[in-house]
Write a protein that binds this ligand. Structure first.
Ligand SMILES: [Mg+2]
Length: 377
């Protein structure tokens, strides 16, 4: 994605907001419970009035990865923004200018998305087209957190009703075989995945196999990211289901190691964890080159982040149904425009220029808990 057309346009201000978005229900997973989506969003603006929006995937607490919303806000405000202000509105410049900041891929991804959005609006191109997407729709994948069985059956039924072709259950030791068996029996045609968020011990390979045999077509991050031996043992058991690396898929080199060790049949790509859309495309290319399957993963995004995910999910090489559903599956309130679904329930790949339409200003103000604007010193 070249920035030729906007290289002479400089960034004049970077606004960082923390939003408090209400969830329909708490999201319970092995890594913790999310009760409210404390979401950091970024607006970049230029002297001539262009603007772009980006979303940070970090959750409220550093339990999924080391990043968390309040920390990401500080990293963007104090460390990323000063490196980018007065610099060019050029997507390729973001990674280079922030390369000396160690880690913080979700914070970097938020700023990169905002610059890409402003750049694409200037040149009049939708994100999906800029990335090379070919599909006009993407199968919808829903996710349910831990809950009791009756509640789960209701939630899965509602997702299927809303058009989901795949549903992902959160699993962990003690919330696995009977849960999967019950849901699989009730929805025999549904593609069921299980996400353990690394909660099985390296000595629990058999238990993961039993869980898969209860009706899963894919299992996501069964063991901790460092437990490559256990993951390789599971892959070699050849159980007829994908073994997807999620938390372990942190970079192109990380997935190359997974492939070499036989520790995954596929990877989950998340723009936040991979430092942005640039890193995501690089990782997707490496994964497909290694013969790995690819799914796009979600982080309870707003409509903004979901627009970016839809563009990535429409790319060639994404061949496993991932977490793409409208933001309203989780969020009660959202200042951004949500994804649309077609009559069959598939997500329509956005065609508006940029990453996503700008937010509703009134809703944005009402939902903001922190607003901070940085300008050139
Ligand atoms: Mg996962």
């Amino acid at each position: 994605m070249t920035g030729d057309e906007t290289r002479d346009v400089t960034l004049e201000a970077i606004e960082i907001r923390q939003l408090a978005l209400e969830l329909r229900r708490p999201m319970v997973a092995a890594h913790g419970t999310t009760t409210r989506r404390d979401l950091v969003v970024v607006r970049v603006s230029t002297a001539d009035g262009r603007e772009g929006w980006g979303e940070c995937a970090a959750l409220a607490a550093p339990t999924y990865s080391s990043e968390f919303a309040e920390g990401a806000l500080v990293v963007i405000r104090d460390h990323l923004a000063p490196r980018l202000l007065a610099g060019p509105l050029d997507p390729d410049h973001v990674a280079a200018a922030t390369n000396d900041i160690v880690g913080h891929p979700m914070a970097k991804a938020a700023v990169e998305m905002a610059v890409i959005d402003a750049h694409l609006r200037t040149v009049g191109i939708p994100l999906a087209a800029a990335l090379g997407a070919e599909a006009s729709t993407v199968p919808q994948g829903g996710t349910v957190g831990e809950a009791d069985l009756d509640d789960l059956l209701d939630q899965v039924g509602a997702l299927v009703e809303a058009g989901a072709r795949r549903v992902k259950l959160k699993i962990r030791p003690g919330h696995d075989v009977p849960v999967v068996a019950t849901i699989a029996a009730a929805f025999p045609d549904l593609e069921l995945h299980g996400d353990a968020n690394g909660s099985y011990g390296a000595d629990q390979v058999r238990r993961v196999i039993h869980t898969i045999e209860a009706g899963l077509r894919a299992v996501e991050q069964p063991f901790a990211p460092s437990e490559l031996g256990a993951a390789a043992e599971l892959v070699s058991a050849d159980i007829g289901a994908h073994v997807l690396a999620d938390e372990a898929a942190t970079s192109p080199d990380a997935i190359e190691l997974l492939a070499r060790r036989g520790a995954a049949t596929g990877v989950v790509i998340k723009p936040g964890r991979l430092g942005g859309l640039g890193g995501t495309i690089e990782t997707l290319d490496r994964a497909t080159g290694l013969g790995l399957a690819v799914a796009v993963g979600g982080m309870i995004e707003s409509g903004l982040g979901r627009h970016a995910l839809a563009a990535v999910a429409a790319l060639p090489g994404v061949d496993v149904i991932g977490d793409l559903s409208p933001a309203r599956q989780w969020l009660v309130s959202d200042p951004f425009v949500d994804l649309a679904v077609d009559a069959s329930g598939d997500v329509v790949v956005p065609v508006a220029v940029g990453v996503a339409p700008p937010p509703d200003p009134t809703a944005l103000e009402a939902l903001s808990t922190v607003v901070s604007t940085v300008r050139p010193a």
